[in-house]
Design a protein. Sequence first.
Length: 306
Amino acid sequence: MSTPFTKSPGWLDWYRNPSTPRFTLPHGTVDAHCHVFGPGAEFPFAPERKYTPGDAGKAELFALRDHLGVSRNVIVQATCHGADNSAMVDAVQASGGRARGVATVRPDVTDAELRRLDEAGVRGVRFNFLKRLVSAAPQDDLAAIAKKIAPLGWHVVIYFEGADLEDLESFFGALPTPLVVDHMGRPDVAKPVDGPEFGRFLRFVNSNDVWVKVSCPERLSVTGPSALDGEQHAYTDAVPFGRRVIEEFPDRVLWGTDWPHPNLTGHMPDDGLLVDYIPQVAVTPEQQHKLLVANPMRLYWPGEEA
């Protein structure tokens, strides 16, 4: 019998009625960062989890995909499921080839299990360095995992706070795989985009085999969504950071919704508004096509047509 789960106090579920975006996504758009939670009765949450979410399964994710005009998804293993990738793999396999996965694995993962995940559509692993989400991120263990996945051609997704990069970048630079940074390395958008902290991040990307997700302005913004001239303008204080990354690294940027937006406490974003954020940071059709179609296809579906 499955164990019932009670959501963490104050947990915010995703925005149930997202607006229809004004911005029309180009054909073949990939949402390169999203999650599934459970359903807990079918895919139990990990005992060591730091939070208990509400259910947000593959059916709801695919419904959002179709509503927004997205073609494909990259489903990233959520920390609430630990190293049990069953819910993520189930969603990828149910997508009819329209999804790829990013897993969480332990250092003792076998080559046979990695091959099974690869055949299921997994193309990377995630290393989480946010202390509020994981108890520890032992670098020796993570380096051992990276060495195991390198022969598969996988990459490592890294999630960290911008202020912590100074302590982590030598470790990141030594990993034997491409790197994909979640949410622009979570910069402090109250600081200058030309300041030393974000400058360090840009130099790190420039000096290594690094891709950057220009995602989650709702996590970074201080101003939030605001009404100007009767229209919603999304997260304008995060715009200079996203625009800068896209201008400097147009061939190594990705975009994602982060649906269903775990651990937000201030507000739950309208996913339609997140789509309308895109042309604020990717201002030309060429930038938009690279961000949304060409780059994620090259990383997750190489050799396939969008």
